[in-house]
Ligand binder design. Structure first.
Ligand code: NAI
Length: 335
């Protein structure tokens, strides 16, 4: 099929082109994000392939349908950036890559915990300046700490496995408890208990109306003073302005982010010669106890290979009339 592939970087092209040797689709690689301005580029493409910051609202969905689009193939597990009700209304099928490497995201998550705890980001800078003093670099043993995992699907479970290896106590919150995590000794509790007892809280639930600004003013007031918060899920799970206040007061002791609620205008681009206009984000970067990575938790060779392969297989399955890995407004279902 003819596929308009938005938001492509050189690595996307390399891995998609290689995987496509097996599938034989006609891929047109486009650098820009899909926005109202770039939407005409999608015209006459039955298949449009999108990444996490290609945001499709109802009005854009109507225009895509008008231009002949029948399939949106997401190169991501998350699908919060696409208006699924509008897709259903216009008979546009949406498919995604439900699992490409939970290990990639889980390992990055724990990496952020260790960097923050042992101040590795500061140690790196100091040692390069010839400063070998240890003042301010004292960490804590992960062993024996209580880690609260919110969202215990594929990625949350893998985080649980790794920190279980460290000897952490695991508290968990998810409307659908995961029996494998319970077997590791995790205890499912109400959110309030998780907030009050966790030394580290890590977020792995999808962004939906229930999880939007889950870490906001109310939650922050309940947290253990000095708590570490890690978010590698979706930015808007955190109310960033409130978290900045929590950092200033010391209620939040460490913050590790791979995602940010206004990341679409920042991430995946080299903005090093530009002035950042987002004051909340700019403030975040001033804290010594905050580490931000630019939505790279997924970014391992294994994961990018799997994303390319599953995306192309999804397109082929749609072409053959039996779509798989579909997502609809009613929720996720594998067909
Ligand atoms: P999953 O679907 O396997 O697990 C999500 C879990 O969240 C499920 O167990 C679900 O029951 C739970 N959940 C749903 N509503 C909840 C709520 N209100 N409170 C608590 N838990 C809730 O998804 P997976 O693969 O583990 O991915 C999790 C999220 O990670 C994705 O939705 C995506 O946003 C994000 N992600 C981030 C990446 C990155 O590079 N930073 C890469 C891949 C995924």
């Amino acid at each position: 099929m003819r596929v308009a592939v938005f938001s492509t970087k050189p690595y996307d092209r390399q891995f998609l082109a290689h995987a496509n040797e097996q599938y034989g689709h006609e891929m047109i690689f486009l650098e820009p994000r899909l926005t109202l301005e770039t939407l005409p580029l999608a015209r006459n493409f039955a298949v449009v392939c999108l990444f996490v910051n290609d945001i499709v609202d109802a009005a854009m969905m109507a225009q895509l349908a008008d231009g002949g689009t029948r399939l949106l193939a997401l190169r991501s597990a998350g699908f919060n950036h696409v208006d699924l009700a509008a897709a259903d209304a216009h008979n546009i099928t949406v498919v995604r890559v439900p699992a490409y490497s939970p290990y990639a995201v889980a390992e990055h998550t724990v990496g952020l915990m260790l960097v923050l705890n042992r101040h590795i980001h500061r140690a790196f800078a100091r040692v390069r300046e010839g400063n070998f003093a240890l003042d301010g670099l004292m960490g804590f043993d992960m062993h024996g700490k209580t880690v609260g995992i919110i969202g215990t699907g594929k990625i949350g479970l893998e985080v649980g496995r790794i920190i279980h290896g460290f000897g952490c106590t695991i508290l968990a919150y998810d409307p659908y408890p995961n029996s494998e995590l319970i077997e590791l000794g995790a205890q499912y509790v109400e959110l309030a208990q998780l907030f009050q007892q966790s030394d580290i809280i890590t977020l792995h639930s999808p962004l939906n109306p229930q999880t939007y600004h889950l870490i906001g003013r109310d939650a922050i007031q309940q947290l253990k003073p000095g708590v570490m918060i890690i978010n590698t899920s979706r930015g808007a799970l955190i109310d960033t302005a409130e978290v900045v206040e929590g950092l200033k007061s010391g209620r939040i002791g460490y913050l590790g982010l791979d995602v940010y609620e206004e990341e679409a205008d920042l991430f995946f681009e080299d903005l090093s010669n530009k002035v950042i206009q987002d004051d909340v984000f700019a403030r975040l970067l001033t804290f010594p106890n905050v580490v931000v990575t630019g939505h790279q938790a997924f970014f391992t060779r294994n994961a990018v290979e799997a994303i390319a392969d599953v995306t192309l297989a999804n397109i082929t399955a749609f072409e053959q009339g039996s779509p798989v890995n579909t997502v609809t407004a009613e929720g996720t279902r594998r067909s």
